[in-house]
Structure formats: C-alpha cells, structure tokens
Ligand binder design. Structure first.
Ligand code: PLP
Length: 407
C-alpha cells in the first residue's frame, strides 16, 4: 500500500487553499487531478520535441512520431492489446461514437437489437439511439436492481432477443457498481453479439486486461486516470477494426486520394484523421508510469479501503441514503447518496462553502436516476490522492447541511 498523504504532495493543485482551507477534492470521477510528473512531461514535450507527426521529414517530426508510437505501445501493453489496436481519440465519448458510426451504421439494420443497460453513462446510450434512428435498429436496456446491480436474469432474457451488440459499462460512474464483465461478455459472445465495454471508470482504479475480459472494443479517457484532458483510447480487436469504416476522414488516414475517391491507410491511422494529440499521449504515458509505480493492485486496495470507510461514515449521517451496493467488493471509486429533504445541488453548495468539492445532479445517468426514482444525487469520488481526512472533512461538512437546512 502507499501513503495517500505523501501522494498528495505530487499534485500541485491540492496544495491550493480556498477560503483558507485545504481543498478536499471528491470529484475525481468527473476528472482526476494531475501529478506534477504528468504536467512536466507535457511541458517537456512542447519545450523539446513539438512538431507534427509523419509529415515533417525532419528531426523534430521524427521525435514527435516516435513519442506517439511509443505511447501507443505503452498503452497497448498496459491493457493487454497490440499497439495497432490502440486508436487515439479525445475521450470515451468519442471512442464509443467511433464504434457507433464506424461499425453500427454499416452492420445494423431494421429491427436489429442493440443491448445496453440502465446504468450507462449517456455516452453509451445516446450514440446508440442515434445509430438506431438511422438504421431502424432498436435499443434495449438491461434492468438495474434496487440494490444497484445489473439484473442478471433480465440480461439472460434480453440475450434471447439476439442483440447484434452489447454495449455496457464496467464500473458505473453513478453507483460505483463493478459489473461481472467477463461473464457477461462470455454470455453475449455465445449468442453471437459483439461486446463494447465502457471502461472510463474502471481504468483509473483497477487492472484492466482486454484479453481477460474478452471484449471486442474497450473505451476509456486519459483525464480520469491522472492523465491530461483531450486524450482517450479505443482499443478494438484487429480483425474487427480492419473491417470497420473510418469515423472521421481527412488528412493522416488516407492511402491515396483521387478526384473521385480515396483509399484508407492501415490501422491504427485509419481511425486517426487530422493532427494527433501527441502531448496528450505523452502525458498519458506519464500517468500510466505513475500508476505503475504505485502498483495498480495497491490503487484498487486504497480505493476499496476508502469505499469501506466512506460507506460507513456517510451512511451514518442522519438523512443520508446511499445508492448502489453496500459491499465494497462490488464497487469502486465513488459513493452517491441523497439527503432527505435537501436537493443535491444545495448539498453540494454547502459542501463547497466548506472547501469540499463533489458532483451533484444525475451524473449523465438520467435513465438510472429515473429508474431509482431519484431526481438528483450527490456523488463523492476518489483517486490515489484521496485521504481518510478528506472523508472526515466531507462528513463534517454534511453536518453543516443539517445546521443550515435544519433537516
Ligand atoms: N462513461 C463513463 C462511465 C463515465 O464516467 C464518463 C465520464 O464521466 C464517460 C463515459 C464519458 O467520458 P468522457 O467525458 O471523458 O468522454
């Protein structure tokens, strides 16, 4: 295990004081803070290597290209894929859209079923609704139980509809639920469906191996795992990516361009039109190195420990109702709750006045909140720099809510 109090020292933003108080940042699920190593790696790239890739037949262009390709290799190794299967995108949302438009439009037709779940982030719902609208396919959703788990009986029933695709989240951003993704992927493959996993909230907190999961595509964002904003990854199986159409077209992804038609280059560039975010890729490598130094198993242990501690303390506050499973083994990274009689936005405002930063609303999971009959909730989410003291400060601040609203 590592000492989060020590880790905090690597994060310049956490040294800031607001209203004379140390920042308690409990919104890492939205975006994580960045260690100085990541910030320095990005600065160093711009100070020493910056040039466009491939195009310049000069030293800086070569260095920049090499850094991008090394980043691809590091990421591939980290998730258990091949480097040509790693496609750089801006974020998870873009990765899912790439599959929706690059695979969905060509492979789905009227009455085909796309199976997703009630606990998805809007990023794994709306692109499928759009593809369904254009192809005549239908979107079905696996139900969530009142405990905040995916209803496995309902999943089996939905698989009887023979979906062409199962698109599901590994770790719910709203409930923290860890889904049994390996088993669910196996079941989907048995009926011939392809599987896309939204790993946005999994990669920051646990070891992810796409081979072990067995999925066909895996999507994640760099900015939630200590990396910079603007860089994300779509991993896909080579044979599937090879058959897909490009999502974005233009420079950098073509083989030949004629007046009346064009041909595409090989993977991975086929999916990377335009100038890539090399600095972002370099920053993401630095984030992976940082997590590797801590040990991803230790990151998971730290996260589990915080979840146990947080669940116990937060649930003890009068008026608070925790959403999602109570067993820390089944959850990761975040705890969402409601406060009886006080709107989540009001709770968040009071917490902010105490230097405690949380997310309030429906966290881009409106169908899930509707299903749970909750208008909005408060979410506290962790990362490697989150300490026991952060949770204690949260609980103290929650008592302020009681004082102010008298609830
Ligand atoms: N999926 C999940 C589970 C998320 O938590 C998020 C972001 O919160 C996303 C997708 C979208 O990520 P991004 O905004 O980086 O595209």
């Amino acid at each position: 295990m590592f000492e989060p109090e020590e880790i905090r020292k690597d994060f310049p933003i956490l040294q800031r004081k607001i209203g004379g108080k140390e920042i308690v940042y409990l919104d890492s699920g939205a975006t994580s803070q960045k260690p100085k190593q990541v910030i320095e790696a990005i600065s160093k790239y711009y100070e020493t290597n910056n040039a466009n890739v491939h195009r310049g037949a000069h030293t800086l262009g070569d260095e920049s290209t090499q850094l991008l390709e090394e980043a691809r290799e590091t990421i591939a190794k980290w998730i258990g894929g091949k480097s040509e299967e790693v496609i750089f995108v801006r974020n998870t949302t873009e990765a899912i859209n790439l599959v929706a438009y690059g695979w969905g439009l060509d492979n789905l037709k009227k009455d085909d079923v796309i199976l997703t779940t009630e606990m998805e982030h809007h990023s794994n719902i709306v692109p499928w609704q759009e593809v369904a609208r254009r192809t005549g396919a239908k979107v079905e959703m696996v139900k969530v139980t009142s405990e905040g788990l995916l209803d496995q009986d309902n999943y089996k029933d939905k698989l009887k509809l023979k979906p062409k695709l199962v698109a599901m989240v590994q770790v719910s951003n709203a409930l923290g639920t860890i889904n049994p993704i390996v088993e669910m992927t196996k079941q989907a493959h048995k009926i011939g469906a392809l599987v896309l996993v939204d790993g946005a909230q999994a990669v920051p907190h646990m070891k992810v191996d796409v081979q072990k999961i067995g999925c066909d595509w895996y999507a994640f964002s760099g900015h939630k795992m200590l990396g910079p904003m603007g860089i994300g990854v779509l991993w896909g199986k080579k044979e599937i990516l090879n058959k897909m159409s490009p999502f974005l077209t233009g420079g950098g992804m073509i083989s030949e361009v004629y007046v009346d038609h064009s041909t595409w280059t090989e993977l991975p560039e086929k999916f990377e039109a335009g100038t890539p975010n090399v600095a972002g890729a370099v920053g993401l490598v630095s984030a992976i190195e940082y997590l590797d130094r801590l040990g991803i198993e230790n990151v998971r242990e730290h996260d589990k420990w915080l979840t146990v501690y947080g669940l116990q303390l937060i649930a003890g506050v009068e008026g608070v109702e925790i959403l999602g499973p109570r067993d820390a083994e089944l959850r990761s990274g975040s705890i969402s709750f409601t406060y009886t009689g006080v709107h989540a936005h009001d709770v968040a405002t009071v917490l902010d006045s105490q230097g405690v930063m949380v997310r309030s609303g429906y966290h881009c999971t409106m169908p899930l909140h509707n299903k749970l009959g909750v208008v909005a909730s408060v979410r506290v989410s962790f990362n490697v720099y989150t300490t026991k003291n952060d949770i204690d400060r949260l609980v103290e601040a929650l008592l302020e809510v009681k004082k102010i609203f008298g609830k």
